[in-house]
Every structure is written in structure tokens, then in C-alpha cells.
Design a binder for this molecule. Structure first.
Ligand SMILES: C[S@@+](CC[C@H](N)C(=O)[O-])C[C@H]1O[C@@H](n2cnc3c(N)ncnc32)[C@H](O)[C@@H]1O
Length: 434
């Protein structure tokens, strides 16, 4: 096997200096952005209100920072510590799941509470809870009033574990650190060639995530999964909703949100664009939960939203094209990353069959993570979660181009929103040109 050529020490030093310089400039950008929002970013802030979305510049700089700082620390730490930190990362994950399940943030509320009282109220071992709280406080989740005081309080990070918080992350944490963690146990087994067409979840449970969600014993997991997408919303802010002018197809255009879930994207879109109309489609049981969710959380937007049960593997209902103003804009957020290529093509072909032509304004938007050389740890983690739960992975732009081509679309534009997810804008290709 050919060995990789050793680089000269001057090249290696040059690379390192360039990395340090890059890191400095990213830190400067972050600092200048954070300074503008320092009141809302105060780490000691406890709030059950959604925080102001970070600016696109801040999100973008932060993504770069996480990538560069990982690279930087690999110069500073030993291989053994580096690998051990990766191997042990699940301890932080399980600690977070424990405090989330125990409702520690709710027990704290806006008070400073000694750990012995917390342990009593949660009916758990005091020593273990103390350890978990201190470990998380060390990771900026909760705060110990003074190191060793044994008195803890919520802070800006732990605030989103409050059940009163509109964007509370409890569902997301359970979906990842409990449901995801459990099935990840079968990762190695799922890597065997005979399991290549199954998700890790399916190898573990003997059924797909969607079948599992449809069973009575899967209701908790399904609700967690649904809530996860709403909790994820602040992660996505700053890109999808704020970087893009969704009125460009008309102020009161109708967007058909396919596989809309609880409407995490639709809520933000209808709030930001006050005349936009949305049709949300998802499985019947999800639509039922979504209706309840909107009635409580966004009743003011409901008059502009229609929720319809629909299986995206079936042809679009004929009523869609018979509406007085049928939708020209189709939107899928975090749907295709759940499916292998052939299934993605089936979903998209059903849209291709009803979407108006490019000239008539037909547009397909796909909002997904796009993997590229700048992708940081977080994007790979999301991709690993998809591999676990549904079998698919996050994709590169070229992979989407291929799926779209097979489905009768072509990419018109890729909006690399600052922040986390990108938006692929595609148009139908005339049948004669496919
Ligand atoms: C990862 S979630 C994304 C939800 C939403 N688009 C968002 O970004 O918040 C994928 C969604 O696809 C829905 N889904 C799965 N299979 C479906 C099917 N056959 N027909 C319609 N929706 C389906 C799920 O119920 C889930 O809400």
C-alpha cells in the first residue's frame, strides 16, 4: 500500500499558522456579533420564551469555529485523550437525558436549589445527581452558584428544558439520547453487508422507524420525534426562514409543505410572512397532533394553514390541482434525508406529476443539510442520526442533483443559507427533455 508522502515541516507550520489566523478572524466575527445581542445571550438568563434568533453571520461564523477549533485542538491534545473523549461522549448524552427525563429544569424553575432537595423531589440518589449536575454545569448546562456549593440554578442553556418553554428540547433529547442511543447499540451489526438496505433502527427493532411510530407502544417515541422537529427550529433559524424571501412567488402564495410534521417550518414561515398560505401534509396521526399543537401555540396563524393527511408515496390528491389557486411551490424540509435514493425518487415523482411547469411558476424547494468540505462535527452527527434511525444519510449537492434528475427536476439554484441548512430550488423538466 502506498504511504502518504510526509509533508515538509515548513508546509506543516504554514498550515498551522493559517489555521490560527483563520480561527482568530472567526473569533473576532463571533465576538462582534455576540456583542450586539449580549443582553439576550447572557448565560445566566432563565427564560421560557424563545430567544431572539442568532443572526445569520453569527450562525455561519459559529459553524466555522466548531470545525476550526476541532482541527486546532488536534494539534494540542494527545491522540489518547482525543480518542478517549470521543469514546466517552455518550456519558454527556446520557447525563443530559437523565436530567431531561427527571424534569430537573422544572424543579429548579427560577430558583437556586440545593442538590439534596432536587434529589429528594426527583426521588433519585443525591451523589449521582450531584455528579451529573456538575458535569453538565461544566458544559454550560445549568449553573452551580459557586463551585462546590451544591446549589444549582437554570441558565440560558438549561432554560430550553423547561416544559413551559415554547421550543423546549425535551422531545429532541429523548429522540436522540434515548431512542437513538438504544438502537445505536446495533450499529456494528447493521454494518454487515446483509443489512445494507436496513436502518440501524430496523436491525435493532426488527421494524422501520415509521412502522414503530405507528404502533401503540411507539406513541411516546413518535411524539418525541415530532416535538424534536419543533425543538430543532431555533437551530435552523437564521438560515431557511430569515435568509430567504418567501414572498418572491407572491405575498399570499400557497406553499405545499410535504411531510410537514408538526409544522416547525410552517409556523415560522406564517409568522414571518403574514399573508403566506401553507398546506401541510403528513401521516394522519401526525396531522392530528399538529392540529392540537397549532391550536395551542400558533392559533393566530391557523386561518392561513390547511392540514391534510396524505401519504407522500401515493399520488397527490386530485383536489390539489382543482383548488381555486393550486399551489405552485412545493416544499420538503428534512424529508429526503429519511429515505434511500429510490424512495426519494418515488416521493418526488408524485410531486412532479402535479407541479406546474417552470414557466407557470412551479418550484420545488428542498431544505436539507448539504455536506461539503466545510461541514463540521454537528452536521456529521445529524447524518449519523439519520443513518441510525432511517438508514439514509445527509447528502452532497451532487447526490441531490442525481435524485432530482431521476425524478424529472433540475436544480435551478442552491441557496447556501448562512447557518445550518441549505435550500435547493428545483424546477420541473419538460417530459420531452427528461
Ligand atoms: C424528519 S420529519 C420532518 C418534518 C418537517 N418537514 C420538519 O422539517 O419539521 C419527516 C416527516 O415525514 C413524515 N412522513 C414519513 N413517512 C411519511 C409518508 N409516507 N407520508 C407522509 N409523511 C410521512 C413523518 O411523519 C415526519 O413528520
Amino acid at each position: 500500500m502506498a504511504m502518504v508522502q510526509e509533508r515538509s515541516s515548513s508546509t506543516a507550520l504554514g498550515d498551522f499558522n493559517a489555521l490560527v489566523e483563520h480561527l482568530h478572524s472567526v473569533i473576532d466575527t463571533i465576538a462582534s456579533q455576540v456583542v450586539n445581542t449580549i443582553d439576550t445571550r447572557d448565560p445566566s438568563l432563565v427564560s421560557d420564551k424563545p430567544s431572539t434568533p442568532a443572526s445569520s453571520e453569527l450562525l455561519s461564523a459559529f459553524r466555522k469555529f466548531t470545525k476550526l477549533s476541532d482541527e486546532f485542538s488536534s494539534y494540542a491534545t494527545s491522540p489518547s485523550e482525543h480518542l478517549t473523549a470521543i469514546a466517552g461522549a455518550f456519558y454527556e448524552s446520557t447525563a443530559l437525558n437523565v436530567v431531561s427525563e427527571l424534569g430537573i429544569a422544572d424543579l429548579l424553575g427560577k430558583e437556586r436549589v440545593p442538590v439534596n432537595q432536587l434529589a429528594k423531589e426527583a426521588n433519585v440518589d443525591e451523589g449521582r445527581l450531584r455528579h451529573v449536575m456538575r458535569m453538565l454545569a461544566n458544559r454550560q448546562v445549568f449553573r452551580e452558584t459557586e463551585y462546590g456549593s451544591d446549589v444549582f440554578m437554570n441558565n440560558r442553556m438549561s432554560s430550553i428544558l423547561l416544559s413551559s418553554h415554547e421550543k423546549n428540547l425535551k422531545g429532541f433529547i429523548g429522540h436522540w439520547s434515548d431512542d437513538g442511543y438504544r438502537s445505536a447499540d446495533s450499529t456494528l451489526k447493521a454494518f454487515r453487508p446483509e443489512n445494507a438496505n436496513k436502518s440501524i433502527f430496523e436491525v435493532h427493532h426488527g421494524m422501520s422507524l415509521w412502522d414503530y411510530f405507528g404502533r401503540p407502544e411507539g406513541v411516546v417515541a413518535r411524539e418525541r420525534g415530532n416535538r424534536a422537529m419543533v425543538g430543532a427550529e431555533p437551530i435552523l433559524h437564521g438560515g431557511l426562514i430569515y435568509d430567504y424571501d418567501w414572498t418572491k412567488h407572491g405575498e399570499s402564495a400557497t406553499i405545499l409543505d410535504v411531510g410537514a410534521g408538526m409544522g416547525g417550518a410552517a409556523i415560522e414561515l406564517t409568522r414571518k410572512f403574514p399573508k403566506l398560505r401553507i398546506i401541510m401534509q403528513d401521516k394522519p396521526e401526525v396531522i392530528e397532533s399538529a392540529k392540537k399543537f397549532w391550536e395551542t401555540n400558533a392559533p393566530e396563524c391557523l386561518p392561513r394553514v390547511t392540514m391534510v393527511p396524505h401519504n407522500f408515496f401515493a399520488p397527490q390528491p386530485s383536489q390539489i390541482s382543482q383548488l381555486p389557486s393550486p399551489p405552485k411551490v412545493y416544499f420538503l424540509r428534512f424529508v429526503l434525508h429519511d429515505w434511500f435514493e429510490d424512495d426519494c425518487v418515488k416521493i418526488l415523482k408524485n410531486i412532479r406529476d402535479v407541479i406546474p411547469s417552470e414557466e407557470a411558476g412551479g418550484r420545488l424547494y428542498i431544505a436539507e443539510i448539504l455536506l461539503d468540505r466545510d461541514s463540521d462535527r454537528f452536521k456529521y452527527m445529524v447524518s449519523a442520526h439519520m443513518m441510525n434511525m432511517t438508514g439514509a444519510l445527509e447528502r452532497k449537492e451532487g447526490e441531490f442533483a442525481e435524485i432530482l434528475k431521476r425524478s424529472g427536476f433540475r436544480i435551478m439554484n442552491v441557496h447556501r443559507n448562512k447557518g445550518f441548512i441549505s435550500l435547493i430550488e428545483a424546477v420541473p423538466v419538460e417530459a420531452s427533455k427528461v
